[in-house]
Design a protein around this ligand. Structure first.
Ligand SMILES: [Cu+2]
Length: 490
């Protein structure tokens, strides 16, 4: 539904036993639960957000360049029972963006409860690509992939142990736009998939397999093409067989399903490099003291990872969804050589260095410091360009680091671990997924990543004065575990 049609976005707590929640878009005449929002570049959002949770919440439009007051980053949460008006213009490139809660200490629980909505932004380049792919109706899909703990067919409530609070909450089944065992009918030809990893903590190594056919070599995957990343289309498509998609990252892909009957999307098994051992986070966020959980469960209680049943460790193979191909035979046209006017990244700018660390008592940290709400870690000038050098400790785990407000480019990787390094296709150890505009980038243990960031803000009144933004880990247990910094654009 169009972003501009939303008059009121209600955040509802629909199941206090299992702790499930949903977004409901109120259009005046109709109410649409869990809406997929669609906007063209330049469209406006002008709506009231109403919090019907028993906890504070915010709505962060992940990936959009917004003023601090519209960013929903948690500086100014909406109290239970309260409402707040939000107005902004979509200025970003076409791509898959998303919206989710961001209140300090409650983010992991609320996102896991079902609060992760998709926003598909389109423009003329995006429409031109659809025409050259000659997409059949129904062959373009926007999907949020997340893992959940499921017993039988029932979702289990969010109740992380202290080990889960340190490493992240991992489930045993995939939800696709909130549904288990998702099967999508598609027609022969190109299928364009815009995929978000909406998991709290699980990294996905996305691949496709044809069901019911003996592959030419054992375990061979169906090849596909990477069209875009977090911030929209690449300059040219890249042929791939598998891509890492960490929490909050997006990939836009084209897969030719002609001549096939059923294709399964899977996360392949890999070593997820959880190198930090021995620590635990026994204390949930102090902000939680005055509010109940969404379900009657304790957070960060003593216990091992996963507790009882319903747990697959990070890096385990996981079935995601199935494409069922039916319809008249069709030959997919060749992919265009150029699909967008994406410019080259800036490579010459002043450096800023950051370190990701692990401490047995406090968990994962940025520059040895846990998050402080009222601290500004650093300031940058409007329009400034910087090269961020981010080094992850060898005693660590992969951290999907998210920058609010500004897309960035990945310039170089060093010290990348084997399975990820094996996917590198470009100079500087970059993977195909590093070639577009990003707002979230995974940094492996012992790895250093260089990013080019430009802090350009529009000149209109909404952006007047100092604007505060955040840089944090999007493993949501790490985010609530204080792996976050504030910075300001002056
Ligand atoms: Cu992390």
């Amino acid at each position: 539904m169009p972003l501009g049609a939303v008059r009121r976005l209600v955040v509802e707590h629909v199941d206090p036993v299992l702790g499930r929640c949903r977004y409901v878009a109120d259009l005046g005449a109709r109410r649409i639960p869990n809406p997929v929002l669609v906007a063209r570049r330049g469209d406006r959002f002008d709506a009231v957000i109403e919090n019907r949770l028993p906890q504070p919440t915010t709505v962060h439009f992940h990936g959009l360049t917004l003023a601090e007051a519209q960013d929903g980053a948690g500086f100014d949460p909406i109290a239970p029972g309260e409402s707040k008006a939000f107005r902004f213009e979509v200025r970003n490139r076409a791509g898959l963006y998303w919206f989710h809660p961001h209140p300090h200490g409650f983010t992991a629980e609320q996102v896991h409860a079902g609060l992760a909505g998709l926003l598909v932004v389109t423009d003329s380049e995006d429409a031109a690509l659809d025409s050259s792919l000659a997409l059949a109706p129904g062959n373009r899909l926007a999907l949020a992939l997340a893992d959940a703990r499921v017993a039988g067919d029932t979702l289990r409530p969010y109740a992380p142990t202290e080990t889960d609070c340190l490493h992240g909450w991992f489930g045993n089944r995939a939800l696709v736009n909130g549904a288990l065992d998702a099967r999508m009918p598609v027609a022969p030809g190109w299928v364009r998939l815009q995929l978000l990893n909406a998991s709290n903590a699980r990294g996905l190594l996305l691949a496709f397999r044809e069901i019911g056919r003996v592959n030419e070599r054992d375990g061979a995957n169906v090849p596909f093409h990477l069209l875009g990343t977090d911030g929209g289309l690449l300059a040219a498509p890249a042929a791939v067989e598998r891509v890492f998609v960490y929490p909050a990252e997006r990939v836009d892909i084209a897969i030719d399903v002609s001549g096939r009957k059923e294709i399964a999307a899977v996360s392949l098994a890999f070593d997820p490099r959880h190198q930090a051992r021995g620590g635990h986070l026994a204390h949930p966020h102090p902000a939680r003291e005055h509010y109940p959980p969404l379900a009657a469960e304790k957070l960060c209680a003593p216990g091992s990872a996963g507790g009882a049943a319903g747990y697959l460790p990070d890096g385990a193979e996981l079935a995601l969804f199935t494409l069922r191909v039916a319809g008249a035979a069709w030959v997919a046209p060749p992919l265009p050589a150029r699909i967008s006017t994406l410019s080259d990244a800036v490579t010459d700018a002043p450096p800023r260095r950051m370190r990701l660390d692990f401490d047995e008592r406090t968990g994962f940290l940025i520059d040895q410091s846990p998050y402080r709400t009222d601290e500004i870690a650093f300031s940058v000038g409007r329009g400034a360009r910087e090269i961020w050098e981010i080094r992850n400790s060898p005693i660590s785990m992969p951290h999907p680091m998210h920058l609010h407000g500004f897309g960035f480019r990945v310039l170089r990787r060093q010290g990348t671990f084997g399975p990820a390094r094996g996917l590198a296709s470009e100079s500087g150890g970059r993977l195909p997924t590093d070639l577009g505009i990003k707002d979230t980038v995974v940094i492996w243990p012992n790895e250093t990543v260089w990013l080019a960031v430009e802090f350009a803000l529009p000149g209109d009144a909404a952006f007047h004065g100092r604007q505060r933004y955040m840089f944090h880990c999007h493993n949501l247990e790490h985010e609530d575990g204080m792996m976050m910094r504030n910075f300001a654009v002056e």
